[in-house]
Design a protein around this ligand. Structure first.
Ligand SMILES: Cc1ncc(COP(=O)(O)O)c(C=O)c1O
Length: 376
């Protein structure tokens, strides 16, 4: 019997982007070749087309291609007029890049704890953090799950604050039937290669219906120029490039199909993982979750991770330390115990492999291994 299990052992990487490329090699190669043959690499027809197509996809008027998701957030904050001393309310259970973008804009990140079931901003904790310096509420649609936006929008309206969505992990996710990115005032996305919509390098986008903010972000990303060689603002260089845009045009057509596949795999995991030592994720009642990450929880997380590793299954912890406890942000004055839900989650979460190209055999193997995990 032991021999039999050994033979069945598989190696399942956390992600396999090569597999995705090989399935669409011809279209991708054609898109890349098209750019190379044209010989135009910065701010050309591919960027313009992708910006429009992605904005349409999100249900927003304008799209501005950026160099990364971090820069999309940072330049959006600057375009909103955020300045030194202003406060931006966000969460600590996120990629540190969310908070880095706020610091880059010289504003002060103010953390609220997250909902223990959805892992996104706990809207009941926002108002107690509002001061006369608060300018923006910046919820994160984490792991593919939209934050509960209606209460966030109500609070923002009542206090005249802007809402910037960090949708870097949730391309195509929906909140009450509406695509994320177009629910608040501005939506920011990353196209880091592993994202649900990923480039073959860095990239990001800002989407909005606000013409003034769109125009300002557009200037900021390109040296502060509206007209060539006449800088109106001290801007920066943060542009999505033509090669990445051409690739993203091809990939955007497949995003809905990929997200459906992610949801199918998540449903299999959630219905077939039956191990009392493991808690599977929830889809909030208002949400269409797109499972950028399938994150389980376990009180014996290290042991579970090691066990899965011994079975050939690679997992990742998103994220082992909430941002308020990371060295770079110690100056903000948060201590252990400041955000109890975020801290508890960080000790228990573990992301399993989930991507559209996982085979049925791999899915089955992951489920079997998890179900055979013994915590004691
Ligand atoms: C929630 C979140 N915000 C921001 C970012 C930053 O995006 P980028 O890596 O493209 O700068 C990421 C991704 O890495 C992210 O997951």
């Amino acid at each position: 019997m032991i021999q039999y299990i050994k033979i069945l052992k598989m190696k399942v990487p956390f992600i396999n982007l090569k597999r995705q490329y090989l399935l669409m090699k011809r279209e991708i190669n054609e898109a890349i070749e098209g750019v190379l043959k044209k010989g135009w690499f910065i701010l050309g027809e591919n960027v313009e087309r992708f910006e429009q197509e992605f904005a349409n996809y999100c249900g927003a008027e304008y799209g501005i291609g950026m160099g990364s998701g971090t820069e999309a957030l940072a330049f959006t904050l600057l375009a909103c007029g955020v300045k030194e001393g202003d406060e931006v309310i966000t969460v600590s259970t996120t990629a540190s890049a969310t908070v880095l973008a706020i610091s880059f804009a010289r504003a002060t990140p103010v953390f609220v704890d997250v909902d223990p079931g959805a892992y996104t901003m706990d809207s009941t904790r926002i108002e107690e953090k509002i001061t006369n310096r608060t300018k923006v509420i910046l919820p994160v649609h984490l792991y593919g799950q939209p934050a509960d936006m209606d209460p966030v929008l109500d609070i923002a309206n009542a206090h005249k604050l802007l809402v910037i969505e960090d949708a870097s992990q949730s391309h195509g996710a929906e909140y009450k039937g509406k695509k994320v990115g177009s629910i608040g005032d501005i939506g920011c996305f990353s196209f880091y290669p592993t994202k649900n919509l990923g480039a073959y390098g860095d990239g990001g986008i800002v989407v909005t219906d606000n013409e003034k903010i769109a125009e300002k972000v557009r200037m900021l990303r390109n040296y502060g120029e509206k007209e060539k060689y006449k800088a109106q603002l001290k801007g920066y260089n943060s542009r999505l490039d033509e090669l990445q845009a051409a690739i993203l045009i091809v990939k955007l057509k497949k995003l809905d199909k990929w997200n459906e596949k992610r949801r199918e795999i998540a449903e299999l995991y959630s219905s077939l993982i039956k191990n009392p030592a493991i808690m599977t994720p929830n889809e909030a009642p208002y949400a269409k979750h797109v499972y950028h990450l399938y994150v389980v929880r376990s009180k014996t997380r290290s042991k579970l991770k090691n066990y899965l590793k011994s079975q050939g299954i690679e997992t990742i912890i998103h994220y082992p330390l909430p941002v308020h406890l990371q060295d770079a942000y110690q100056g903000l004055g948060y201590k252990v115990g400041s955000l109890p839900v975020s801290e508890r989650i960080a000790n228990e979460v573990l992301s399993l492999p989930l991507y559209p190209e996982l085979s049925d055999k791999e899915i089955d193997y992951i489920i079997k291994c998890i179900n055979s995990y013994e915590k004691d």
